[in-house]
Design a protein around this ligand. Structure first.
Ligand SMILES: *[C@@H]1O[C@H](CO)[C@@H](O)[C@H](O)[C@H]1NC(C)=O
Length: 359
């Protein structure tokens, strides 16, 4: 029998178990009856997973079963398929009633359902790199740059080519950081080809042509171009009218979905004027946790906490020792910013935030 306390708890459904959804569910699991709906059974620390391509065992600490940090929540490993005014429907047939709903589905990802499948995926990626002598990376955002650097440091004998559509790497930070990343990669013999698109579907027999006709040979390739927004399924739900033209969910300063009193959205899927990174998503989650508690206690709307837009600080790791960082004090490259991130990639810190042992 649930005790009186349990009976009074409001129901919160969180859709999406990425950076924002996981920390939110963790933070509120004792105060609410929490249901987490995620296609994966685990949380993957996204800024650490590229190390797993060159060191598969690194993923052991960076892939965390949701049940490990959410002992009090109910976890449904399925896709959400519908939202009504009172419940969320899932692909595996659940109908989850909610008092409050939080949408945190970020970008579409087709990652494996179970943690062990994901570990196997990284082992396979590692074998792919190990057995190749030339590697093509497509996309010069943080993912492509960090992956190129990981391979260049751990496998200096491999030929790595990085093709990017834009005129500079890392367009989400300032040009100085782009230049430093380019210099660093070039000094490690990574060939960076800018301002060229590539259609990976035309890759055959290890040969591919870029948009301006450059022929690239590679034994294997990695697609590090951005993933689309994970919001198309929302179009036919009660949230449909709250999507902007780019498929992002429009939110107010309290992280509530425009036009809805009891529905929030956090992380990459929102239309906040910020670069979509992990730490803004975590901040969205903490503001939302606060607001859920205030609303459930019947607080006045005017008392709700507001999200203050995050500045674009970023640390892009360059292998195990170095990094390029855009910080309040300026843009730095080398082992000094590297000390902030590159050895552990914030895995210990992130595990601690979820109440787990850092090691
Ligand atoms: C994670 O969950 C799976 C069930 O899908 C289980 O087999 C596995 O042992 C768990 N791993 C850890 C590290 O808890």
């Amino acid at each position: 029998m649930p005790n009186a306390d349990e009976r009074e708890k409001k129901k919160v459904v969180v859709i999406g178990g990425g950076v924002g959804g996981s920390i939110l569910a963790y933070t509120i699991q004792s105060s609410f009856e929490v249901v987490l709906i995620d296609q994966k059974e685990y949380f993957e620390i996204p800024w650490s997973c590229l190390r797993a391509v060159v060191e598969p065992s690194f993923a052991e600490r960076a892939l965390i079963n949701h049940s490990d940090y959410l002992p009090k929540a109910h976890i449904i490993a399925s896709a959400a398929t519908g939202i009504t005014g009172t419940q969320v429907l899932t692909a595996d047939g659940h109908a989850c009633p909610y008092d409050y709903l939080v949408i945190a589905t970020g970008h579409q990802d087709c990652a494996a359902k179970t943690r062990s499948e994901r570990l196997d995926h990284y082992k396979a990626e590692f074998e792919k790199v190990k057995s190749a002598s030339s590697i093509l990376i497509v996309g010069g955002g943080p993912t492509g740059v960090e992956l190129a650097a990981e391979i260049a440091v751990d496998f200096p004998e491999k030929k790595v080519k990085l093709v990017h559509r834009g005129t500079r790497l890392l367009e989400f930070v300032g040009p100085r950081a782009s230049e430093k990343a380019l210099e660093w990669l070039t000094s490690r013999k990574v060939e960076v080809i800018l301002d060229q698109a590539i259609n990976l579907n035309t890759f055959s027999d290890g040969v591919i042509q870029t948009s301006s006709g450059v022929i690239i040979e590679a034994d294997c390739h990695f697609d590090c171009t951005g993933k689309p927004m994970g919001s198309s399924w929302l179009e036919d739900t009660i949230i449909g009218k709250s999507l902007d033209l780019r498929g992002r969910v429009m939110v107010d300063e309290h992280m509530r979905v425009r036009g809805h009193q009891n529905i929030f959205a956090i992380g990459d899927i929102t239309d906040t004027a910020e670069v979509k990174l992990g730490y803004p998503a975590q901040r969205h989650a903490l503001v939302t946790a606060k607001n859920l508690k205030l609303l459930s206690m019947g607080a006045n709307e005017r008392k709700l906490a507001s999200h203050k837009l995050s500045q674009t600080y970023a640390i892009i790791s360059l292998g195990r020792r170095d990094a390029v960082a855009q910080l309040p004090m300026g843009t730095l490259c080398g082992s000094i910013p590297g000390r902030l991130k590159s050895r552990d990639l914030f895995v210990g810190k992130t595990r601690k935030q979820l109440g787990l042992k850092p090691k």
